[in-house]
Design a protein around this ligand. Structure first.
Ligand code: GLA
Length: 378
């Protein structure tokens, strides 16, 4: 490096101190990244299993982020490094890597290329704080951070909605989950202090303040979401079947619950959850009262448990323990279900106490949970 270049770098480092991900990138790839970006996970307050039925959702971003750093590597292949991978993964865009974690990154690059970007082989480093496998959208955070980083590196003309759409396609086409668009839109557009009301049919959206006197608490049930992918795709197919029986394109189009009540048992219960859940989201955004909002969350849990059948005994217990606490306005499972996390709306001053008491009671019942939001400083 010339003297002038070195001075410029020293000056640049003084003005922009290195982020932890720059440092890690340097350690792995022995050089500086040319672009960096980050994206958060999300927790959904209301509107579960509605997005692939063209309905309404109400997520907030969580403080935990996934960071991606990249540089052109001048090789013929991509090199990906992440703590989540046993070793670095190398791949080309004409062949999907076998490692599940790498497929998310690969899928985003492949789809951006299909979308018209010319993508040179890259060194890529990923560092994530978003808890994995608990329903807080660690995969969406990885996809959105990857696409944001690629946009910064190559100056791509992609807006935040386009990023979410490509990220969703990566999840469907490369990771094999027929998900809706909530997680990727939330990671791309939501904030931590307000909820994102999203109409998943039109993608119209607006920020909605949380009811006064409320804060978000997320606890992990400690139950792995083993059936998540197969159970999720099955629920989606059941909704499509219900829509066919009702003669509509999507369950969003059904205007009267009476039509649903006339269906055979299984499609009736699946469609009733979607119908009532959409109504709960629309009522929640009008609620300026935290208690009323909490009641809607409690009703959502009951519907996910009884009609949609995506809860587990451990999630039901954790939710019941939360709902019993005086500082809690309402609680329910969050994300796809089949295990994973619960979300509660609490009085802000009660957060720590509620978390401690409920985790202790859950432990006394023989289970091991943990606090996910507010994020515990490592
Ligand atoms: C997963 C999917 C989302 C959504 C939720 C359930 O997180 O990725 O699209 O369907 O489950 O609400």
């Amino acid at each position: 490096m010339s003297h002038v270049a070195m001075e410029a770098e020293v000056q640049a480092r003084a003005e922009h101190p290195r982020s932890p991900s720059t440092h890690e990138f340097e350690q792995v790839f022995h050089g500086l990244p040319q672009a960096e970006a980050q994206a958060p996970g999300r927790v959904n307050l209301l509107g579960e299993h509605t997005d692939y039925n063209d309905g309404f959702v109400l997520p907030v971003a969580i403080p935990q982020q996934t960071r991606v750093a990249m540089r052109r590597n001048g090789h013929s292949h991509f090199r990906l490094h992440a703590a989540e991978l046993d070793s670095a993964v190398e791949f080309c865009l004409d062949e999907r890597p076998t490692d599940q974690f790498a497929t998310y990154v690969y899928g985003c690059l492949r789809l951006a290329q299909e979308d018209g970007a010319e993508i040179p082989p890259l060194d890529i480093h990923v560092a994530s704080e978003v808890p994995m496998g608990v329903g807080l959208s660690s995969s969406a955070a990885l996809e959105v951070a990857t696409l944001r980083c690629l946009r910064a590196l190559l100056d791509l003309p992609m807006d935040d909605v386009r990023i979410a759409q490509l990220a969703q396609q990566a999840e469907i086409q490369d990771a094999g989950v027929r998900c809706g668009i909530m997680d990727q839109m939330a990671s791309s557009l939501a904030a931590t202090d307000r909820a994102l009301l999203l109409d998943t049919r039109s993608l119209e959206r607006r920020m909605v303040a949380l009811p006064p006197g409320s804060a978000v608490l997320v606890l992990d049930s400690g139950v792995a979401r083993s059936l998540a992918a197969s159970g999720y795709n099955q629920r989606r197919a059941e909704c499509e079947q219900a829509a066919r029986l009702l003669g509509v394109q999507s369950l969003r189009e059904v205007e009267h619950l009476e039509r649903i009540e006339a269906l055979p048992d299984l499609p009736r219960r699946r469609a009733r959850h979607v119908f009532t859940e959409n109504a709960r989201v629309l009522r929640a955004i009008e609620c300026r009262d935290a208690h009323a909002f909490g009641e809607l969350m409690n009703a959502s849990h009951a519907s996910l448990r009884d009609d949609y059948e995506v809860s587990t005994p451990e999630l039901d217990l954790l939710v019941a323990l939360l709902q019993r606490q005086p500082g809690v306005h309402g609680a329910r499972l969050t994300g796809a279900g089949f295990g994973g996390a619960c979300v509660a709306l609490c009085r802000p001053e009660a957060l720590q106490q509620v978390a401690q008491t409920v985790l202790q009671q859950y432990r006394d019942a023989g289970h091991r949970g943990r606090l996910l939001v507010p994020a515990v400083q490592q």
